[in-house]
Design a protein around this ligand. Structure first.
Ligand SMILES: [Zn+2]
Length: 90
C-alpha cells in the first residue's frame, strides 16, 4: 500500500468518525437535552482519531500529505506539494 492509499483510508475513517460524533451529539441532545459534555467528548474523540493524520508524510521530503501550505485539507495530496513526488505509485 502506498502512503497515499493509507492516507485516503485515514480520510475515509475520519469522515466516518465525524458522522458518528455528530450522531452521538444529536442523540444525546434529543434524549437528555443539550449537553456541553457530550459535545466536548465528541470533539476530543475526533482529535484523538485524527492524531494518526500527522504520520502520513511524503517519503522523500517528509511533508504531510494533508497540508497545503498553511492549510489542512481533509483529503491527501496525490502528488507531494513540496518535492513533486508521485505518492500514489510504488
Ligand atoms: Zn515530498
Amino acid at each position: 500500500m502506498t502512503v497515499y492509499q493509507a492516507a485516503v483510508r485515514h480520510a475515509r475513517w475520519m469522515a466516518g468518525s465525524l458522522l458518528v460524533a455528530v450522531m452521538f451529539v444529536l442523540v444525546i441532545d434529543r434524549f437528555f437535552g443539550h449537553s456541553t459534555i457530550a459535545f466536548a467528548a465528541a470533539i476530543i474523540g475526533l482529535i484523538a482519531a485524527n492524531r494518526r493524520m500527522l504520520s502520513y508524510n511524503c517519503p522523500v521530503c517528509g511533508k504531510n500529505l494533508f497540508f497545503r501550505g498553511m492549510f489542512v485539507i481533509p483529503w491527501p495530496n496525490k502528488v507531494c506539494g513540496k518535492c513533486g513526488t508521485a505518492l500514489n505509485e510504488g
